[in-house]
Design a protein around this ligand. Structure first.
Ligand SMILES: Cc1ncc(C[n+]2csc(CCOP(=O)(O)OP(=O)(O)O)c2C)c(N)n1
Ligand SMILES: [Mg+2]
Length: 792
């Protein structure tokens, strides 16, 4: 026990009694939600008719969460704190619903859940009920930015929320099972990036209730000293709270929290007033309380409280086992509901009064409904960063480097309002966005050496070698009403597949909740792409994140593959200003030909896909459509078009470039989907389409399956052939090279059937020449490496 804890404790008897009553009320309402559909105040003996037919929910974690809530309430009131509560074990949903109900937030956003008997009855019935509310701390729960269903992200979200919110305290419960996950294990390092002068505080509580679903937890079964050392090693000052006697625990908790809050205040004062700049040891709490605390101790002769058996519903089979109904009745009556709620069923004023008021209530904290606080991002005119096009495809540019200049301008434009950060797993410079770094600096509170560059305690570029941290920090930052941008290697973004699933679910649900205001979009830039992994090869080649995102709801996801720098600028400008989406931008960083002027780029991005007339010779009725999506496939397609001009001079070729992938989908499936008439004009009936796609080819079939002319769609893309080889050889290995695309066109046009054999022969010879040259010289053939679009 910490020194700060005295045997008596800081609470006077009245305070203690009220806080304990408040906790009992929260526990009562939690159990009621899990079990009951009627008899909400237990005004008559419990019968089977009062009990839900299906018992769904989690009890084990809930009493601990409720215990903390009432203690935060005291601290918020006494110290006038601006506090939010993030719950790692989000399955403790009943607890958060109960507490936001008791403090009045719940009724404010859901007026039909009144503060009376009927309201409690509805509160109970709706929980885990068809078309009611989910069992987790879901978007529907006031005060939450964190669902918690997928464990591991509480602490990273807490840090994301705290950045640039100097007056905010984010209390964060980490489940001891959750603490075993990879993301959580590294989340502790958030303290190396949190500046006590300019950021808020994160108060982590390791909820050491000893168990997960079916097992003990690792951290509960190592010596306490070892656990404390682990937390010290992570740079925290660990406090401990341990026990199970409610009154003693309230006193001890109050003492510990007073000590921890004093510590936070001292750290912030030292940094803000005394100019201290070293990284502080922030307090954290190890809270060792029983899983299922205050619940049934034994069921059917087996221990339940303080075991893994308390995890979900401590007992069911109420219809089969009459003593279970009695057990439930005893358990619920142990909280003495008649003392807690008045004759109308309202929470008695003397207890309700100890909750904070207005926006200080955690259920009403505006940071947990970030859209309320969202200030529009100032985005300078992206046209000022445009690449000048003097002759199509004549000059090369590194698209992402151009974007880096825009991001730097965005960063500077929002310096005062401090609501924009850029995130990357050690790859911001590698992805050639380095121009955003020198002005903004890279956040860093750990030690520095003279060799370091651009590390800064007030840095706004966040770099840590953990895609989980980048994603989680950004989510926390966005959900609390700010803006951000995440750049990542294309292959490794898959590490956060699961996290983006959860964010997409959150966005989908919040659209249906009127009191949740829109937040800024989650913007990804994927670079270091599959086609140009010159340094790394196969391990770094995977364009499948696009496929992954495509599974999400159409009204949440946007996917862009700008073919050059100007289209990238236009797309990025659009994404940075948008709300409530997940925007994926896939763009290369290598020097590559530039095709469109900035005006053309804006027009092209506005329609999402279109005919490039300057590259076409079809005069309105093509023999073949050469479609492309992605920067390398675009270049190969254009090179194939040039080859076709000499192979089949009278072939009428139309070039179509796709920048907004979703434009391919029917309009009925995606809001960006092109109308059928427009699609049919671009991809005319009976005309073969040779489509060169950046990613896995079947994705294009998936998108166009219901389009007319789908039978004529022939797609080339990445088919999992990779290695460390030349850029062009990567295309050859995957049959997306210019020779292949030209051959495809000839073979797909019926009137060129007579030429097919000769074309096959030409193709084999071309590829053989390429292979021999590459093997011999370690580089691409000069005419390929130095290829340029011919100037007319
Ligand atoms: C990433 C992930 N893996 C597995 C699960 C399934 N699961 C739900 S609850 C739980 C145990 C959680 O234990 P702990 O974090 O200690 O929470 P508490 O004891 O407070 O309920 C598990 C494994 C999950 N929700 N998320
Ligand atoms: Mg646990």
């Amino acid at each position: 026990m910490s020194d700060a804890v005295t045997s008596k404790g800081p609470l006077n008897p009245e305070q203690l009694a009220k806080m304990n009553a408040y906790w009992r009320a929260a526990n009562y309402l939690s159990v009621g939600q899990i079990y009951l559909k009627d008899n909400p105040l237990m005004e008559r003996p419990l019968t089977l008719e009062d009990v839900k037919p299906r018992l769904l929910g989690h009890w084990g974690t809930t009493p601990g969460l409720n215990f903390l809530y009432v203690h935060w309430n005291r601290l918020i009131r006494e110290r006038d704190l601006n506090m939010m509560y993030i719950i790692g074990p989000g399955h403790g949903g009943p607890g958060l619903v109960a507490n936001t109900y008791l403090e009045g937030s719940y009724t404010e956003v859901y007026p039909h859940i009144e503060q009376n008997r009927d309201g409690i009855k509805r509160l109970f019935r709706q929980f885990s009920w068809p078309y009611g509310i989910p069992s987790h701390v879901a978007p529907e729960t006031p005060g939450s930015i964190h669902e918690g269903g997928e464990l591991g992200y509480s602490l990273v979200h807490a840090y994301g929320a705290a950045f640039d919110n100097p007056n905010l305290i984010v209390a964060c419960v980490v489940g001891d099972g959750e603490a075993e996950t990879g993301p959580l294990a590294t989340s502790w390092h958030g303290n190396k990036f949190l500046n006590p002068a300019t950021d808020g505080a994160v108060l982590p509580i390791l909820h050491l209730n000893g168990y997960k679903i079916a097992n003990p937890t690792v951290l509960a079964r190592i010596p306490h000293a070892e656990l404390e050392s682990l937390m010290r090693g992570y740079g925290y000052e660990p406090f401990t709270l341990e026990g199970d006697d409610p009154e003693t625990m309230h006193q001890q908790a109050a003492a510990v929290f007073d000590a921890m809050l004093d510590r936070i205040a001292a750290i912030q004062k030292a940094a803000r007033e005394d100019g201290r700049t070293e990284r502080p040891a922030w307090p954290m709490l190890i809270m060792r309380t029983p899983k299922g605390w205050t619940g049934p101790k034994f069921v059917d002769g087996k221990p339940v409280e303080n075991t893994w058996r308390a995890h979900q519903v401590p007992f069911s089979e109420l219809r089969e086992k009459p003593d279970h109904l009695r057990l439930l009745e005893e358990w619920m009556r142990s909280y003495k509901p008649e003392e807690l709620f008045d004759e109308k069923g309202a929470f008695r004023a003397e207890f309700a009064d100890i909750a904070p008021k207005g926006r200080r209530r955690m259920g009403m904290n505006a940071h947990a409904n970030g859209g309320l606080l969202l200030q529009p991002l100032k985005v300078p005119n992206f046209r000022e960063f445009a690449v000048k096009i003097e002759g199509r495809g004549q000059a090369d540019a590194e698209s992402t480097r151009i974007l880096g200049r825009l991001l730097n301008a965005v960063m500077n434009a929002n310096k005062e309002q401090k609501n924009f950060r850029v995130f990357g797993p050690d790859e911001t410079a590698s992805n050639r966005l380095g121009d955003v770094i020198p002005d903004a600096g890279k956040a860093w509170m750990a030690e520095t050496l003279p060799v370091d560059e651009n590390l800064s305690q007030t840095g706004r570029v966040m770099e840590i070698l953990s895609e989980h941290m980048c994603q989680g920090w950004l989510e926390g930052y966005l959900l609390t009403g700010r803006h951000g941008f995440f750049s990542c290697y294309e292959a490794f973004i898959h590490i956060i597949d699961s996290m983006v699933n959860q964010h997409a679910k959150w966005l989908k649900v919040t659209r249906t909740i009127p009191w949740r205001k829109p937040i800024a979009s989650l913007n990804y830039l994927l670079s270091s792409l599959v086609w140009r992994q010159d340094h790394n090869g196969f391990s770094h080649q995977d364009p499948g994140f696009i496929d992954h995102l495509l599974n999400k709801k159409a009204d949440v996801v946007r996917i862009y593959l700008p073919p050059d720098a100007n289209t990238l600028l236009s797309v990025a400008d659009h994404c940075l200003r948008s709300k409530n989406y997940i925007n994926l931008i896939v763009a290369g960083k290598q020097p590559a030909p530039q095709w469109l002027s900035i005006d053309e780029a804006v027009a092209h991005c506005t329609t999402g896909l279109g005919v490039w007339k300057w590259a076409s010779n079809d005069e309105g009725s093509p023999d073949v459509v050469m479609a492309c999506c992605g920067d390398v496939p675009t270049m190969e397609t254009l090179a194939a078009v040039v080859l076709l001009r000499s192979l089949a001079p009278d072939l009428k070729v139309r070039v179509v470039n796709v920048v907004d992938l979703m434009a391919l989908e029917p309009a009925s499936e995606h809001p960006h989907g092109l109308a059928d008439e427009d699609y049919d004009r671009i991809f005319p009936a009976k005309t073969p389409v040779v489509f060169a796609f950046h990613g896995y080819p079947w994705l294009i079939h998936r998108l166009t399956y219901r389009r007319h002319n789908h039978d004529n769609m022939h797609v080339r893309g990445y088919k999992e052939e990779g290695t460390t080889t030349t850029p062009f050889d990567m295309c050859v290995l995957n049959n997306i090279d210019r020779f292949q695309l030209a051959l495809d066109a000839i073979k797909r046009v019926p009137r060129l059937a007579a030429q097919a054999d000769a074309a096959e022969q030409w193709y084999s010879e071309s590829i053989q020449r390429h292979k021999l040259y590459v093997a011999e010289n370690g580089d691409d053939l000069p005419e390929i490496r130095d290829w340029r679009w011919p100037q007319s």
